[in-house]
Design a protein. Structure first.
Ligand SMILES: Nc1ncnc2c1ncn2[C@@H]1O[C@H](COP(=O)(O)OP(=O)(O)OP(=O)(O)O)[C@@H](O)[C@H]1O
Ligand SMILES: [Mg+2]
Length: 508
Protein backbone atom coordinates (compact mmCIF):
# COMPACT_ATOMS: atom_id res chain seq x y z
CA UNK A 1 0.00 0.00 0.00
CA UNK A 2 2.78 2.37 1.02
CA UNK A 3 4.61 1.54 -2.17
CA UNK A 4 1.56 2.35 -4.27
CA UNK A 5 1.15 5.68 -2.54
CA UNK A 6 4.82 6.50 -3.11
CA UNK A 7 4.53 5.49 -6.77
CA UNK A 8 1.47 7.68 -7.23
CA UNK A 9 3.13 10.58 -5.45
CA UNK A 10 6.18 10.13 -7.63
CA UNK A 11 4.15 10.13 -10.83
CA UNK A 12 2.20 13.21 -9.67
CA UNK A 13 5.45 14.99 -8.92
CA UNK A 14 6.81 14.05 -12.31
CA UNK A 15 3.83 15.45 -14.13
CA UNK A 16 3.39 19.18 -14.71
CA UNK A 17 -0.03 18.72 -16.24
CA UNK A 18 -2.01 15.53 -16.33
CA UNK A 19 -5.07 15.35 -18.60
CA UNK A 20 -7.30 12.39 -17.80
CA UNK A 21 -10.16 11.10 -19.95
CA UNK A 22 -11.21 14.46 -21.34
CA UNK A 23 -14.25 14.47 -23.64
CA UNK A 24 -15.86 17.36 -25.50
CA UNK A 25 -18.61 17.54 -28.06
CA UNK A 26 -20.02 20.36 -30.19
CA UNK A 27 -23.57 19.46 -31.25
CA UNK A 28 -23.23 15.98 -32.69
CA UNK A 29 -19.44 16.23 -33.23
CA UNK A 30 -17.30 14.40 -30.71
CA UNK A 31 -14.24 16.62 -30.87
CA UNK A 32 -12.51 14.71 -28.03
CA UNK A 33 -13.21 11.28 -26.54
CA UNK A 34 -11.46 10.18 -23.36
CA UNK A 35 -8.20 11.88 -24.24
CA UNK A 36 -5.40 11.49 -21.71
CA UNK A 37 -1.86 12.82 -21.68
CA UNK A 38 0.86 13.57 -19.20
CA UNK A 39 3.04 16.60 -19.62
CA UNK A 40 6.35 16.32 -17.77
CA UNK A 41 7.96 19.56 -16.58
CA UNK A 42 10.86 21.01 -18.57
CA UNK A 43 9.84 19.14 -21.71
CA UNK A 44 8.59 20.11 -25.15
CA UNK A 45 5.59 17.96 -25.95
CA UNK A 46 4.51 17.72 -29.60
CA UNK A 47 0.81 17.34 -30.38
CA UNK A 48 0.01 15.99 -33.85
CA UNK A 49 -3.06 14.86 -35.74
CA UNK A 50 -5.10 15.38 -38.91
CA UNK A 51 -7.23 18.45 -39.51
CA UNK A 52 -10.18 18.27 -37.13
CA UNK A 53 -8.44 15.66 -34.91
CA UNK A 54 -9.15 17.80 -31.82
CA UNK A 55 -5.75 19.43 -31.13
CA UNK A 56 -6.99 23.03 -30.83
CA UNK A 57 -10.03 21.89 -28.83
CA UNK A 58 -7.72 20.20 -26.30
CA UNK A 59 -5.53 23.30 -26.18
CA UNK A 60 -8.58 25.52 -25.59
CA UNK A 61 -9.70 23.31 -22.71
CA UNK A 62 -6.24 23.33 -21.11
CA UNK A 63 -5.95 27.12 -21.35
CA UNK A 64 -9.43 27.74 -19.92
CA UNK A 65 -11.08 29.08 -23.11
CA UNK A 66 -13.79 26.38 -23.07
CA UNK A 67 -14.87 23.81 -20.47
CA UNK A 68 -14.72 20.06 -21.09
CA UNK A 69 -17.82 17.82 -20.85
CA UNK A 70 -16.15 15.19 -18.70
CA UNK A 71 -12.75 14.08 -17.45
CA UNK A 72 -10.33 15.90 -15.21
CA UNK A 73 -6.98 17.64 -15.17
CA UNK A 74 -4.26 17.97 -12.55
CA UNK A 75 -1.69 20.74 -12.61
CA UNK A 76 1.39 20.42 -10.41
CA UNK A 77 -0.39 17.59 -8.60
CA UNK A 78 -3.54 19.59 -7.76
CA UNK A 79 -7.00 19.42 -9.40
CA UNK A 80 -7.08 21.98 -12.22
CA UNK A 81 -10.31 23.39 -13.66
CA UNK A 82 -9.69 26.92 -15.03
CA UNK A 83 -12.74 29.25 -15.15
CA UNK A 84 -11.32 31.22 -18.07
CA UNK A 85 -8.11 32.12 -19.88
CA UNK A 86 -6.93 34.65 -17.29
CA UNK A 87 -7.50 32.09 -14.51
CA UNK A 88 -5.25 29.62 -16.37
CA UNK A 89 -2.71 32.38 -17.04
CA UNK A 90 -2.56 33.36 -13.38
CA UNK A 91 -1.74 29.72 -12.55
CA UNK A 92 1.06 29.68 -15.14
CA UNK A 93 -0.53 28.17 -18.28
CA UNK A 94 -0.53 30.36 -21.39
CA UNK A 95 -1.31 29.80 -25.04
CA UNK A 96 -0.45 31.27 -28.45
CA UNK A 97 -3.05 30.64 -31.10
CA UNK A 98 -2.67 30.04 -34.85
CA UNK A 99 -2.87 33.77 -35.54
CA UNK A 100 -0.74 36.36 -33.77
CA UNK A 101 -2.91 38.65 -31.56
CA UNK A 102 -1.08 41.98 -31.40
CA UNK A 103 -1.89 45.71 -31.42
CA UNK A 104 0.24 46.76 -34.43
CA UNK A 105 0.37 50.50 -33.68
CA UNK A 106 1.57 50.08 -30.12
CA UNK A 107 5.22 49.59 -29.14
CA UNK A 108 6.81 46.24 -28.31
CA UNK A 109 6.78 47.22 -24.62
CA UNK A 110 3.07 48.14 -24.72
CA UNK A 111 2.25 44.80 -26.34
CA UNK A 112 4.26 42.95 -23.70
CA UNK A 113 2.44 44.67 -20.82
CA UNK A 114 -0.99 45.23 -22.34
CA UNK A 115 -3.81 44.02 -20.12
CA UNK A 116 -5.62 44.82 -16.90
CA UNK A 117 -2.40 45.12 -14.91
CA UNK A 118 -0.56 47.54 -17.22
CA UNK A 119 1.99 49.45 -15.06
CA UNK A 120 0.72 53.01 -14.48
CA UNK A 121 1.64 56.29 -12.84
CA UNK A 122 -1.65 57.49 -11.34
CA UNK A 123 -3.91 57.50 -14.42
CA UNK A 124 -1.44 57.20 -17.25
CA UNK A 125 0.69 54.22 -18.30
CA UNK A 126 4.24 54.26 -16.91
CA UNK A 127 6.12 54.07 -20.25
CA UNK A 128 9.56 54.54 -18.73
CA UNK A 129 9.09 51.63 -16.34
CA UNK A 130 7.63 49.43 -19.10
CA UNK A 131 10.46 50.17 -21.53
CA UNK A 132 13.17 49.44 -18.96
CA UNK A 133 11.43 46.31 -17.70
CA UNK A 134 10.92 45.11 -21.28
CA UNK A 135 14.66 45.41 -21.98
CA UNK A 136 15.38 43.37 -18.81
CA UNK A 137 12.83 40.70 -19.75
CA UNK A 138 14.25 40.27 -23.28
CA UNK A 139 17.73 39.91 -21.79
CA UNK A 140 16.55 37.40 -19.19
CA UNK A 141 14.38 35.19 -21.38
CA UNK A 142 15.83 35.56 -24.88
CA UNK A 143 19.29 36.95 -24.14
CA UNK A 144 18.59 39.69 -26.69
CA UNK A 145 18.99 43.47 -26.71
CA UNK A 146 16.02 45.34 -28.18
CA UNK A 147 14.54 48.78 -28.64
CA UNK A 148 11.16 48.38 -26.84
CA UNK A 149 9.72 51.58 -28.36
CA UNK A 150 9.47 50.25 -31.94
CA UNK A 151 5.83 49.76 -33.05
CA UNK A 152 5.24 46.02 -33.11
CA UNK A 153 3.52 46.28 -36.51
CA UNK A 154 6.95 47.12 -37.99
CA UNK A 155 8.50 43.92 -36.60
CA UNK A 156 8.72 40.63 -38.52
CA UNK A 157 6.25 37.83 -37.72
CA UNK A 158 8.97 36.04 -35.75
CA UNK A 159 9.74 39.13 -33.65
CA UNK A 160 6.03 39.48 -32.93
CA UNK A 161 5.93 35.84 -31.79
CA UNK A 162 8.92 36.45 -29.54
CA UNK A 163 7.24 39.52 -28.01
CA UNK A 164 4.22 37.36 -27.18
CA UNK A 165 6.52 34.76 -25.70
CA UNK A 166 8.12 37.43 -23.48
CA UNK A 167 4.60 38.61 -22.60
CA UNK A 168 3.50 35.22 -21.27
CA UNK A 169 6.84 34.52 -19.61
CA UNK A 170 6.68 37.84 -17.76
CA UNK A 171 3.47 36.52 -16.19
CA UNK A 172 5.32 33.54 -14.72
CA UNK A 173 4.22 30.97 -17.26
CA UNK A 174 5.33 27.43 -16.45
CA UNK A 175 3.58 25.78 -19.39
CA UNK A 176 3.33 27.54 -22.74
CA UNK A 177 1.13 26.13 -25.50
CA UNK A 178 2.02 26.96 -29.10
CA UNK A 179 -0.76 26.13 -31.57
CA UNK A 180 0.85 26.07 -35.05
CA UNK A 181 3.18 29.00 -34.24
CA UNK A 182 5.35 28.64 -37.35
CA UNK A 183 2.77 28.95 -40.15
CA UNK A 184 3.63 32.62 -40.83
CA UNK A 185 7.39 32.31 -40.29
CA UNK A 186 10.25 31.87 -42.74
CA UNK A 187 12.86 29.11 -42.23
CA UNK A 188 15.48 31.28 -40.45
CA UNK A 189 12.73 32.77 -38.25
CA UNK A 190 11.53 29.28 -37.29
CA UNK A 191 15.08 28.42 -36.32
CA UNK A 192 15.29 31.54 -34.13
CA UNK A 193 11.98 30.72 -32.41
CA UNK A 194 13.05 27.10 -31.84
CA UNK A 195 16.38 28.17 -30.34
CA UNK A 196 14.55 30.43 -27.89
CA UNK A 197 12.09 27.68 -26.96
CA UNK A 198 14.87 25.16 -26.33
CA UNK A 199 16.82 27.66 -24.24
CA UNK A 200 13.74 28.46 -22.17
CA UNK A 201 13.22 24.76 -21.53
CA UNK A 202 16.85 24.17 -20.55
CA UNK A 203 17.61 27.35 -18.61
CA UNK A 204 14.25 28.41 -17.16
CA UNK A 205 12.62 24.95 -16.86
CA UNK A 206 9.54 25.98 -18.87
CA UNK A 207 7.35 23.24 -20.37
CA UNK A 208 5.84 23.57 -23.86
CA UNK A 209 3.07 21.92 -25.86
CA UNK A 210 3.81 22.38 -29.55
CA UNK A 211 1.08 21.77 -32.16
CA UNK A 212 2.20 21.35 -35.77
CA UNK A 213 1.52 19.55 -39.05
CA UNK A 214 5.14 19.66 -40.12
CA UNK A 215 6.82 16.38 -39.21
CA UNK A 216 10.37 17.69 -39.43
CA UNK A 217 9.51 20.54 -37.03
CA UNK A 218 7.77 18.15 -34.63
CA UNK A 219 10.74 15.81 -34.65
CA UNK A 220 13.33 18.56 -34.30
CA UNK A 221 11.71 20.39 -31.40
CA UNK A 222 9.77 17.84 -29.35
CA UNK A 223 10.98 15.53 -26.60
CA UNK A 224 7.81 13.42 -26.95
CA UNK A 225 4.86 13.49 -29.37
CA UNK A 226 1.23 12.59 -28.66
CA UNK A 227 -0.96 11.83 -31.67
CA UNK A 228 -4.74 12.33 -31.81
CA UNK A 229 -7.04 10.95 -34.50
CA UNK A 230 -10.78 11.65 -34.65
CA UNK A 231 -10.65 13.01 -31.12
CA UNK A 232 -8.91 9.97 -29.60
CA UNK A 233 -5.39 9.13 -28.42
CA UNK A 234 -3.73 6.94 -31.02
CA UNK A 235 -0.06 7.16 -30.19
CA UNK A 236 2.72 8.44 -27.96
CA UNK A 237 6.33 8.42 -29.11
CA UNK A 238 9.55 9.36 -27.31
CA UNK A 239 12.35 11.10 -29.18
CA UNK A 240 14.31 7.88 -29.78
CA UNK A 241 11.23 6.39 -31.50
CA UNK A 242 10.61 9.31 -33.90
CA UNK A 243 10.47 8.61 -37.61
CA UNK A 244 8.58 10.46 -40.32
CA UNK A 245 7.08 7.18 -41.51
CA UNK A 246 5.78 6.12 -38.09
CA UNK A 247 4.46 9.58 -37.28
CA UNK A 248 2.61 9.94 -40.58
CA UNK A 249 1.18 6.44 -40.15
CA UNK A 250 -0.12 7.32 -36.69
CA UNK A 251 -1.49 10.69 -37.82
CA UNK A 252 -3.30 9.48 -40.94
CA UNK A 253 -4.05 5.91 -39.82
CA UNK A 254 -2.57 4.67 -43.11
CA UNK A 255 0.70 5.00 -44.97
CA UNK A 256 0.75 8.03 -47.21
CA UNK A 257 1.58 7.64 -50.82
CA UNK A 258 3.23 10.83 -52.05
CA UNK A 259 3.28 11.01 -55.83
CA UNK A 260 5.73 13.41 -57.38
CA UNK A 261 4.50 15.10 -60.51
CA UNK A 262 7.04 14.33 -63.20
CA UNK A 263 7.96 17.76 -64.51
CA UNK A 264 6.95 18.21 -68.12
CA UNK A 265 8.09 20.47 -70.94
CA UNK A 266 5.50 22.93 -72.25
CA UNK A 267 7.44 24.91 -74.86
CA UNK A 268 4.92 24.02 -77.58
CA UNK A 269 1.77 24.56 -75.52
CA UNK A 270 -0.43 27.67 -75.73
CA UNK A 271 0.55 30.49 -73.34
CA UNK A 272 -2.39 31.34 -71.08
CA UNK A 273 -0.84 33.91 -68.74
CA UNK A 274 2.08 36.20 -69.34
CA UNK A 275 3.60 38.75 -66.98
CA UNK A 276 5.70 41.31 -68.92
CA UNK A 277 8.19 43.32 -66.87
CA UNK A 278 5.80 43.83 -63.98
CA UNK A 279 6.94 45.92 -61.00
CA UNK A 280 5.34 47.05 -57.77
CA UNK A 281 7.03 49.79 -55.81
CA UNK A 282 8.89 48.49 -52.71
CA UNK A 283 7.84 44.88 -53.43
CA UNK A 284 9.22 43.50 -56.71
CA UNK A 285 10.84 44.72 -59.90
CA UNK A 286 10.90 43.78 -63.55
CA UNK A 287 9.42 40.30 -63.32
CA UNK A 288 8.60 38.43 -66.53
CA UNK A 289 7.28 34.89 -67.01
CA UNK A 290 4.82 33.00 -69.20
CA UNK A 291 2.74 30.06 -68.11
CA UNK A 292 1.21 27.49 -70.46
CA UNK A 293 -2.07 25.66 -70.60
CA UNK A 294 -1.88 22.56 -68.39
CA UNK A 295 1.29 23.70 -66.63
CA UNK A 296 1.93 23.95 -62.87
CA UNK A 297 4.23 26.95 -62.34
CA UNK A 298 5.75 27.62 -58.93
CA UNK A 299 7.04 30.81 -57.33
CA UNK A 300 9.59 30.21 -54.57
CA UNK A 301 11.47 32.59 -52.31
CA UNK A 302 12.01 33.46 -48.68
CA UNK A 303 9.67 35.72 -46.73
CA UNK A 304 10.14 39.25 -48.07
CA UNK A 305 11.45 38.06 -51.47
CA UNK A 306 8.36 39.43 -53.23
CA UNK A 307 6.97 35.92 -53.86
CA UNK A 308 3.65 36.57 -52.19
CA UNK A 309 3.27 40.09 -53.64
CA UNK A 310 3.83 38.90 -57.24
CA UNK A 311 1.21 36.19 -56.99
CA UNK A 312 -1.39 38.40 -55.31
CA UNK A 313 -0.85 41.05 -58.01
CA UNK A 314 -2.19 38.56 -60.57
CA UNK A 315 -5.54 39.00 -58.82
CA UNK A 316 -5.18 42.76 -58.41
CA UNK A 317 -4.28 42.70 -54.69
CA UNK A 318 -2.74 45.21 -55.43
CA UNK A 319 -2.06 45.25 -59.20
CA UNK A 320 1.47 45.88 -60.50
CA UNK A 321 2.17 49.60 -60.98
CA UNK A 322 4.30 48.98 -64.10
CA UNK A 323 4.33 46.37 -66.86
CA UNK A 324 1.44 44.28 -68.11
CA UNK A 325 -0.34 41.01 -67.47
CA UNK A 326 -1.77 39.26 -70.51
CA UNK A 327 -4.36 36.55 -70.08
CA UNK A 328 -5.40 34.37 -73.04
CA UNK A 329 -3.92 37.02 -75.34
CA UNK A 330 -5.74 40.00 -73.74
CA UNK A 331 -3.87 42.73 -71.90
CA UNK A 332 -5.90 43.23 -68.70
CA UNK A 333 -4.57 46.77 -68.12
CA UNK A 334 -4.85 47.62 -64.43
CA UNK A 335 -5.98 44.32 -62.91
CA UNK A 336 -8.96 44.32 -60.58
CA UNK A 337 -10.51 41.33 -58.82
CA UNK A 338 -13.57 41.39 -61.05
CA UNK A 339 -11.48 41.64 -64.25
CA UNK A 340 -9.41 38.67 -63.07
CA UNK A 341 -12.48 36.56 -62.25
CA UNK A 342 -14.09 37.43 -65.59
CA UNK A 343 -10.87 36.36 -67.34
CA UNK A 344 -11.25 32.95 -65.64
CA UNK A 345 -8.75 33.39 -62.79
CA UNK A 346 -9.38 31.84 -59.36
CA UNK A 347 -7.30 33.00 -56.38
CA UNK A 348 -6.59 31.47 -52.99
CA UNK A 349 -5.15 34.14 -50.65
CA UNK A 350 -2.35 33.55 -48.18
CA UNK A 351 -4.09 34.96 -45.14
CA UNK A 352 -7.18 32.85 -44.67
CA UNK A 353 -8.48 34.71 -41.64
CA UNK A 354 -8.44 38.27 -42.98
CA UNK A 355 -8.68 37.74 -46.75
CA UNK A 356 -10.25 34.31 -47.18
CA UNK A 357 -13.18 33.36 -45.00
CA UNK A 358 -16.37 35.31 -44.39
CA UNK A 359 -16.74 34.51 -40.66
CA UNK A 360 -20.38 35.59 -40.48
CA UNK A 361 -21.48 33.29 -43.30
CA UNK A 362 -22.12 29.58 -43.16
CA UNK A 363 -19.92 26.93 -44.78
CA UNK A 364 -22.18 26.50 -47.83
CA UNK A 365 -22.17 30.23 -48.60
CA UNK A 366 -18.43 30.52 -48.00
CA UNK A 367 -17.78 27.81 -50.58
CA UNK A 368 -20.43 29.04 -53.03
CA UNK A 369 -19.84 32.79 -52.63
CA UNK A 370 -18.04 33.49 -55.90
CA UNK A 371 -20.60 31.58 -57.94
CA UNK A 372 -23.38 33.34 -56.00
CA UNK A 373 -21.82 36.77 -56.62
CA UNK A 374 -21.39 36.00 -60.30
CA UNK A 375 -25.04 35.07 -60.74
CA UNK A 376 -26.88 38.12 -62.07
CA UNK A 377 -30.20 37.00 -60.68
CA UNK A 378 -29.61 36.92 -56.92
CA UNK A 379 -33.26 36.00 -56.28
CA UNK A 380 -32.57 32.58 -57.75
CA UNK A 381 -30.13 31.78 -54.93
CA UNK A 382 -30.84 28.25 -53.89
CA UNK A 383 -29.05 27.15 -50.74
CA UNK A 384 -29.75 23.48 -51.38
CA UNK A 385 -27.60 23.71 -54.52
CA UNK A 386 -24.67 24.94 -52.47
CA UNK A 387 -25.22 22.32 -49.83
CA UNK A 388 -24.93 19.69 -52.57
CA UNK A 389 -21.77 21.41 -53.77
CA UNK A 390 -20.34 21.28 -50.24
CA UNK A 391 -21.04 17.54 -50.11
CA UNK A 392 -19.18 16.94 -53.36
CA UNK A 393 -16.22 19.12 -52.40
CA UNK A 394 -16.07 17.70 -48.85
CA UNK A 395 -15.72 14.25 -50.41
CA UNK A 396 -13.04 15.36 -52.88
CA UNK A 397 -10.90 17.24 -50.37
CA UNK A 398 -11.84 15.20 -47.27
CA UNK A 399 -13.17 18.26 -45.46
CA UNK A 400 -14.59 17.36 -42.05
CA UNK A 401 -17.99 19.09 -41.97
CA UNK A 402 -20.95 18.08 -39.82
CA UNK A 403 -23.49 20.61 -41.11
CA UNK A 404 -22.97 22.92 -44.13
CA UNK A 405 -25.27 25.46 -42.44
CA UNK A 406 -22.86 25.93 -39.51
CA UNK A 407 -20.67 29.03 -39.44
CA UNK A 408 -17.34 28.53 -41.21
CA UNK A 409 -15.56 29.45 -37.96
CA UNK A 410 -16.76 26.18 -36.40
CA UNK A 411 -14.43 24.29 -38.74
CA UNK A 412 -10.88 23.49 -37.63
CA UNK A 413 -8.11 25.69 -39.14
CA UNK A 414 -7.05 23.17 -41.79
CA UNK A 415 -10.64 22.38 -42.77
CA UNK A 416 -11.27 26.12 -43.32
CA UNK A 417 -8.26 26.13 -45.66
CA UNK A 418 -9.67 23.19 -47.61
CA UNK A 419 -13.05 24.99 -47.83
CA UNK A 420 -11.28 28.02 -49.36
CA UNK A 421 -9.68 25.76 -51.94
CA UNK A 422 -13.07 24.17 -52.62
CA UNK A 423 -14.50 27.64 -53.35
CA UNK A 424 -12.26 27.92 -56.41
CA UNK A 425 -12.11 24.30 -57.46
CA UNK A 426 -15.91 24.34 -57.69
CA UNK A 427 -15.74 27.04 -60.38
CA UNK A 428 -13.35 25.02 -62.60
CA UNK A 429 -11.30 28.14 -63.40
CA UNK A 430 -9.04 28.14 -66.47
CA UNK A 431 -6.24 29.72 -64.41
CA UNK A 432 -5.86 28.94 -60.72
CA UNK A 433 -3.56 31.11 -58.62
CA UNK A 434 -2.74 29.62 -55.21
CA UNK A 435 -0.89 31.44 -52.46
CA UNK A 436 0.27 28.95 -49.78
CA UNK A 437 -2.38 26.36 -50.68
CA UNK A 438 -1.62 23.86 -47.93
CA UNK A 439 -0.94 26.17 -44.99
CA UNK A 440 -2.22 24.38 -41.88
CA UNK A 441 -3.33 21.35 -43.90
CA UNK A 442 -2.48 17.85 -42.62
CA UNK A 443 -0.06 15.52 -44.44
CA UNK A 444 -2.72 13.18 -45.82
CA UNK A 445 -4.70 16.07 -47.32
CA UNK A 446 -1.50 17.66 -48.66
CA UNK A 447 -0.89 14.69 -50.90
CA UNK A 448 -4.60 14.67 -51.90
CA UNK A 449 -4.39 18.37 -52.81
CA UNK A 450 -1.22 17.73 -54.84
CA UNK A 451 -3.11 15.01 -56.72
CA UNK A 452 -6.11 17.29 -57.37
CA UNK A 453 -3.82 20.04 -58.68
CA UNK A 454 -2.06 17.59 -60.96
CA UNK A 455 -5.42 16.25 -62.28
CA UNK A 456 -6.67 19.80 -62.91
CA UNK A 457 -3.50 20.58 -64.86
CA UNK A 458 -3.95 17.38 -66.90
CA UNK A 459 -7.46 18.62 -67.71
CA UNK A 460 -5.99 21.87 -69.12
CA UNK A 461 -6.10 24.28 -66.15
CA UNK A 462 -3.07 26.58 -65.75
CA UNK A 463 -1.89 26.61 -62.15
CA UNK A 464 0.43 29.08 -60.44
CA UNK A 465 1.50 28.33 -56.86
CA UNK A 466 3.51 30.48 -54.44
CA UNK A 467 4.73 28.66 -51.38
CA UNK A 468 7.24 29.00 -48.57
CA UNK A 469 7.52 25.21 -48.49
CA UNK A 470 10.14 24.24 -51.06
CA UNK A 471 9.24 20.53 -50.78
CA UNK A 472 5.65 21.29 -51.68
CA UNK A 473 6.72 23.18 -54.81
CA UNK A 474 9.08 20.39 -55.86
CA UNK A 475 6.24 17.91 -55.41
CA UNK A 476 3.76 19.76 -57.58
CA UNK A 477 5.46 22.02 -60.15
CA UNK A 478 6.73 21.70 -63.72
CA UNK A 479 8.85 24.87 -63.48
CA UNK A 480 9.71 27.11 -60.53
CA UNK A 481 10.68 30.78 -60.58
CA UNK A 482 12.92 31.60 -57.61
CA UNK A 483 12.68 35.13 -56.23
CA UNK A 484 15.26 36.94 -54.15
CA UNK A 485 15.00 40.54 -52.84
CA UNK A 486 12.18 41.49 -55.19
CA UNK A 487 13.82 40.09 -58.34
CA UNK A 488 13.36 36.88 -60.30
CA UNK A 489 16.68 35.09 -59.80
CA UNK A 490 16.06 32.17 -62.17
CA UNK A 491 13.35 29.94 -63.62
CA UNK A 492 14.28 26.30 -62.91
CA UNK A 493 13.00 23.47 -65.04
CA UNK A 494 13.02 19.70 -65.13
CA UNK A 495 16.41 18.28 -64.11
CA UNK A 496 17.51 21.51 -62.38
CA UNK A 497 14.45 21.36 -60.08
CA UNK A 498 16.23 20.33 -56.89
CA UNK A 499 16.00 21.36 -53.27
CA UNK A 500 19.65 22.50 -53.34
CA UNK A 501 19.05 24.76 -56.34
CA UNK A 502 15.92 26.27 -54.79
CA UNK A 503 17.76 27.15 -51.58
CA UNK A 504 20.85 28.35 -53.41
CA UNK A 505 18.98 30.83 -55.62
CA UNK A 506 16.57 31.90 -52.85
CA UNK A 507 19.40 32.73 -50.47
CA UNK A 508 22.35 33.88 -52.55
N1 LIG B 1 -17.02 25.96 -31.80
C1 LIG B 1 -17.22 24.85 -32.51
N2 LIG B 1 -18.44 24.50 -32.94
C2 LIG B 1 -18.64 23.35 -33.65
N3 LIG B 1 -17.65 22.48 -33.96
C3 LIG B 1 -16.43 22.76 -33.56
C4 LIG B 1 -16.12 23.96 -32.81
N4 LIG B 1 -14.80 23.96 -32.55
C5 LIG B 1 -14.29 22.84 -33.10
N5 LIG B 1 -15.26 22.11 -33.69
C6 LIG B 1 -15.11 20.83 -34.38
O1 LIG B 1 -14.34 19.96 -33.53
C7 LIG B 1 -13.44 19.16 -34.30
C8 LIG B 1 -12.03 19.35 -33.79
O2 LIG B 1 -11.59 20.65 -34.16
P1 LIG B 1 -10.16 21.24 -33.76
O3 LIG B 1 -10.18 22.68 -34.12
O4 LIG B 1 -9.86 20.87 -32.36
O5 LIG B 1 -9.20 20.42 -34.76
P2 LIG B 1 -7.61 20.54 -34.97
O6 LIG B 1 -7.04 19.19 -34.63
O7 LIG B 1 -7.08 21.70 -34.25
O8 LIG B 1 -7.52 20.71 -36.56
P3 LIG B 1 -6.55 21.66 -37.47
O9 LIG B 1 -5.29 20.88 -37.65
O10 LIG B 1 -7.28 21.74 -38.77
O11 LIG B 1 -6.36 22.97 -36.79
C9 LIG B 1 -13.63 19.60 -35.76
O12 LIG B 1 -14.50 18.69 -36.38
C10 LIG B 1 -14.29 20.96 -35.66
O13 LIG B 1 -15.12 21.23 -36.77
MG1 LIG C 1 -6.24 23.61 -34.90
Amino acid sequence: MRHRLLDEKESVLQSLLSVQNISKHFGNIHALRNVSLDISPKKIIGLAGENGAGKSTLVRIICGAIPCDSGEMKYQGRPYKPHDVSDAESLGISVFHQEIPICPHLSIAANVFLGPTIPSLRIRPDWKFMNNRCIELYKKFLDEDIDPTIPIGECSAAEQQLALLVRVLSRNAKLVILDEPTTALSAPEVERLFDSIKRLRDEQGIGFIFVSHLLDELMELSDEVFVLRDGENVGHLYKAEFSAKELSRLIAGRSIDVQHRSAKGFAEAEITLEARSVSLSKSYEDISFSVHKGEVFGIAGLQGSGRSEVISSLFGLPPPDKGSVIIQGNDLGRITISKAITAGVGYLPEDRKTKGIFPDLNIAKNIGIVSIAQSRDLTSYNEEEYIKLVDTMAGKLSIKISNPKDYISTLSGGNQQKAMLARWLALSPSILVLNEPTRGVDIGAKSEIAKIISDMAEAGCTIIIASSEMEELLLMCDRIMVMNRGRARIILEKESLTRENLFFYAMS
